[in-house]
Design a protein. Structure first.
Length: 164
């Protein structure tokens, strides 16, 4: 029996190592620019903006929802703003260069009835929504000045430096 033990041990070792040695397969490199994702990622979408209170009660301007492709024009955004604020009717005067000129024929609600901060946030919302469009950087408001709002040309930076 002792003679057969070394032979049996060697046979067991050879049988255990007798499988084919396969290298683990390395996946082929993939060009990530061609990989399709299930959910499209929109990186340059335009958004509707709204001035709303945060959890602490501070009013902040924030993105609300993407602007549908068929509404990516100032006429549609002005129409949307007029439905949000029916008391303040915006009318287009002209587009010149990167400035959109708007008129508010009856500005009494805006200038005297929205309180002291309401007009600021209204002008901010209009400015942010319309400057979301390509090639529009400034909004010129033409209306009769009142207690809480004055006409003029606004851009986004004005509302950052004039935070309420």
């Amino acid at each position: 029996m002792k003679k057969y033990f070394p032979i049996a041990a060697i046979s067991v070792l050879l049988a255990a190592c007798g499988g084919q040695d396969k290298q683990p397969e390395t996946p082929a490199p993939v060009d990530s620019t061609n990989v399709q994702t299930e959910t499209p990622v929109i990186t340059d979408a335009q958004y509707f903006w709204s001035a709303d209170a945060d959890t602490a009660g501070n009013i902040e301007i924030r993105k609300v929802r993407p602007i549908p492709q068929d509404s990516l024009n100032y006429a549609s955004i002005i129409e949307w703003m007029n439905t949000q604020y029916p008391e303040v009717k915006l009318e287009t005067e002209k587009l010149s260069g990167d400035t959109l000129y708007l008129k508010i024929a009856d500005s009494r609600y805006l200038t005297n009835r929205m309180g002291s901060t309401g007009p600021f946030y209204y002008l901010q919302e209009v400015t942010y929504n319309l400057t979301e469009l390509r090639d529009i950087n400034y909004i010129h408001f033409n209306f009769k000045e009142g207690n809480h709002a004055k006409p003029g040309t606004y851009d986004r930076s004005y509302f950052i430096s004039e935070r309420r």
